[in-house]
Design a protein around this ligand. Structure first.
Ligand SMILES: [Zn+2]
Ligand SMILES: [Zn+2]
Length: 255
């Protein structure tokens, strides 16, 4: 696959802002930031959140990588760049792996379970982890909670996300890479609809070509009848306004 061919393949993204992508800073991802931006621009996107894995993942980026995201421009090739991170949710108490002060300066903070901190039988611990995470004012969005083997009780957890203004991710990679998670993702999305939890559609790209493709996420939205006006990243201005409002909230909490 040639980069130039990839950029000219005529794909138009149905989503305006990619909210979850990794760069080769995470060693199990394979595109540079510039390549990700080039693909987002070529596919007509307005924004891109760069959300590399936080330090506690085996190949996560060091703290200073996230500190120094300020050296990136706000716009690249007409694409608004959002400085972000994908945190690891690591304990029933809701512990995450970057400090609050730093998180308060990021534009878009995802928190996800990856590590072997929880096992499939730890339902109560995962419930508590998500419910405590919901109270963290510096976390914007819950990453791929329908994927994998970390089971939890959907209803109380989704209610906690609703009560604390969290966003839930409809993660394209979960459906693409872990087909058995589709049913769980649909169940979780139905509860997000019921409790009016806003969502974003994300590629969770580990290679640039994934950016701009959301077939599985969109079919989940159709299946569940999730209202499009509550999908924050279908529109670039809506997403920007949401990030600005969250920025003010985060700053209030850091004082
Ligand atoms: Zn993840
Ligand atoms: Zn990853």
């Amino acid at each position: 696959m040639e980069l130039m061919n990839l950029l000219a393949d005529g794909i138009e993204s149905p989503v305006a802002v990619e909210t979850h992508c990794h760069t080769s800073v995470s060693a199990h991802a394979y595109s540079t930031l510039m390549e990700n931006v080039m693909v987002a621009a070529a596919r007509g996107m307005k924004g891109l959140c760069v959300t590399d894995h936080a330090p506690e993942l085996f190949d996560g980026a060091p703290v200073y990588y996230f500190e120094n995201l300020k050296s990136l421009p706000d716009q690249m090739m007409g694409v608004r760049l959002y400085r972000g991170a994908e945190l690891n949710l690591m304990s029933a108490a809701g512990r995450v792996d970057l400090p609050d002060g730093l998180l308060s300066r990021l534009d878009w903070v995802i928190a996800s379970i990856h590590l072997p901190e929880f096992s499939p039988g730890d339902r109560e611990a995962v419930n508590a982890a998500y419910q405590n995470l919901a109270k963290n004012p510096f976390v914007d969005v819950i990453g791929h909670c329908g994927r994998g083997k970390f089971f939890f009780d959907w209803e109380p957890v989704i209610k906690a996300f609703a009560g604390h203004g969290k966003v839930v991710e409809v993660n394209e990679l979960s459906a693409r890479a872990v087909p058995e998670s589709v049913e769980r993702c649909a169940g979780i999305l139905a509860l997000c609809k019921q409790y009016e939890v806003p969502v974003v559609l994300s590629a969770d790209a580990h290679f640039a070509d994934a950016i701009g493709r959301y077939d599985h996420a969109l079919s989940l939205v159709e299946q569940v009848g999730y209202p499009k006006d509550r999908i924050l990243n279908l529109d670039g201005e809506r997403f920007e306004a949401y990030v600005q409002e969250r920025r003010r909230e985060k700053q209030r909490h850091i004082r």
